[in-house]
Design a binder for this molecule. Structure first.
Ligand code: BT5
Length: 247
């Protein structure tokens, strides 16, 4: 099925829609291929973490994008999908989730959706294949220990998966075009900084090489998180963030 220039493949059960599209990308699948599943047996988060969801309880989707981003700009592909999802949820439930840096949609600080962007650099033409997957909790708030939420619990609205998919893709189409040009990327970063609840908060940031605490003060022109720490402003390209209570 083709829609908003996206080609949609549907699965009852799959290991992971991200894994599937990365495989398809290596076999030459075109940009804007979308995979949607009722259930994933090996849904993935970042850093080998798992993404859990009972069958039919979430919108589980990934999109393959062939856009000339560098590995260090993957967060922009995350942003494009995150912003599209916020707009789509707002249109379907009347409530726009906040964004938590780097890849979560939250409602009152409870995670309602997570995003995983991955890149494959093996294409012969040198244009990377980027796969961005998102899981949006519709009727199940995630594993109990996470303290997440779902759209039903947070808004009282039961959203049809296909309705939400349709809205996400129609919101994503223009943002994919923006990803491909520097002016468009600047627009995405400014839209992102308006939506990020992380900015203005005290945060603890866990990075591969250690952790710091400070005040999240904004985004760099590249879209990295700027954290005011005791040792000055730190620019964070990748990491996990915890929002701390104000001191
Ligand atoms: C993410 O990772 O949040 C990225 C999740 C991406 C999932 C989509 S679903 C479609 C596509 N196919 C895939 O295989 N993946 C993508 P991260 O920030 O690392 O968060 C992972 C953590 O979120 C886990 O360790 C749990 O603590 C928590 N978690 C797992 N399932 C959850 C759920 N349904 N709701 C809320 N939190 C969850």
């Amino acid at each position: 099925m083709t829609h908003h220039h996206f080609d949609i493949q549907r699965f009852d059960v799959i290991d992971s829609t991200n894994t599937y599209l990365l495989d398809q990308a290596r076999s030459g699948a075109p940009s804007r291929l979308v995979a949607v599943a009722d259930h994933q047996t090996a849904g993935r988060g970042r850093l080998d973490r798992r993404w859990e969801s009972p069958a039919g309880a979430a919108l589980l989707m990934s999109v393959l994008l062939r856009v000339p981003l560098e590995p260090g700009q993957l967060h922009l592909a995350t942003a494009a999908v995150a912003l599209a999802a916020v707009a789509a949820v707002d249109q379907s439930c009347g409530l726009a989730p906040d964004l938590k840096w780097p890849n979560d949609l939250v409602i009152e600080d409870a995670k309602v959706a997570g995003i995983l962007a991955e890149i494959d650099l093996s294409a012969a033409d040198g244009v990377p294949a980027i796969v961005v997957g998102i899981g949006i909790n519709l009727t199940w708030p995630g594993p109990p220990e996470v303290g997440g939420t779902c759209l039903l619990d947070a808004t009282g609205v039961t959203v049809e998966r296909d309705v939400l998919l349709d809205l996400v893709l129609s919101e994503l189409a223009g943002r994919v075009d923006q990803l491909g040009e520097s002016e468009g990327r600047a627009v995405l970063i400014s839209e992102l900084s308006e939506r990020l609840v992380t900015i203005g908060r005290r945060v603890r940031v866990m990075m591969a090489d250690g952790e710091v605490e400070g005040h999240a003060v904004g985004l760099s022109p590249e879209g990295h998180l700027l954290v005011d720490t005791e040792n000055g402003i730190l620019e964070v390209a990748a990491g996990d963030v915890i929002h701390l209570r104000p001191a």
